[in-house]
Design a binder for this molecule. Structure first.
Ligand code: COA
Length: 164
């Protein structure tokens, strides 16, 4: 990892209101997730991860606690069993600000997030045409699970899993 990059992880409550607001803003900028109840979902996450460069937030990710209905719905759509016992967490909200993309920073974010739940199975979803995030997930040890399925708008999503 570049030595001007700092990655900080913690429970949502360990960050300030301003930091959590920045997190929400960047998730919205990514425009990859349903906005419904976003603040609450972020506050309920297992952990948030911030990547800073020269003191500026350049990227985020989270270890999420997926809601049962969501887990059930995407598992049904993708025809894969995503039980809470096997995959208690979801890696998500991965975002690098546009001007910092293409330097491999997403890999460092993903690695840091996974260090927080070393003994747990984790799943993630990605647009099938989002080559950067798919590459970062594969590099971190995730494999494809189930079939591609329809997401928000015209998105086609793929579930990735990493066993405990
Ligand atoms: C997805 C995102 C976080 C990736 O970050 P990034 O800085 O663009 O990508 P990185 O430079 O870290 O590259 C990650 C991997 O993807 C590859 N990659 C990057 N851009 C690529 C492209 N356009 N096509 C193919 N591969 C690409 C890189 O080579 C790297 O793989 P490697 O480590 O095997 O070489 C970033 O593009 C982003 O924030 N996008 C908007 C939000 C989003 O889509 N989030 C994902 C929600 S699941």
């Amino acid at each position: 990892m570049r030595n001007d990059v700092e990655i900080v992880a913690g429970k949502p409550a360990e960050f300030s209101d301003a930091e959590r607001a920045t997190f929400v803003e960047l998730v919205r900028a990514g425009d990859e997730v349903d906005d419904h109840g976003l603040e609450k979902k972020i506050a309920n996450a297992h952990s948030l991860v911030f990547l800073r460069q020269e003191g500026q937030v350049r990227g985020i990710a989270a270890v999420k606690r997926p809601l049962p209905n969501y887990r059930k719905r995407i598992g049904r759509d993708a025809r894969v069993e995503l039980s809470d016992a096997d995959f208690p967490y979801e890696l998500g909200y991965i975002f690098i600000v546009p001007e910092a993309r293409g330097h491999g920073l997403s890999g460092s974010l993903v690695a840091k997030a996974l260090e927080l739940v070393p003994d747990s199975g984790v799943f993630a979803t990605a647009r099938i045409d989002n080559q950067a995030v798919c590459a970062a997930l594969r590099k971190a040890g995730f494999g494809l699970a189930g079939e591609p399925y329809g997401g928000r708008g015209s998105r086609t999503l793929q579930i990735f899993v990493k066993q405990a």
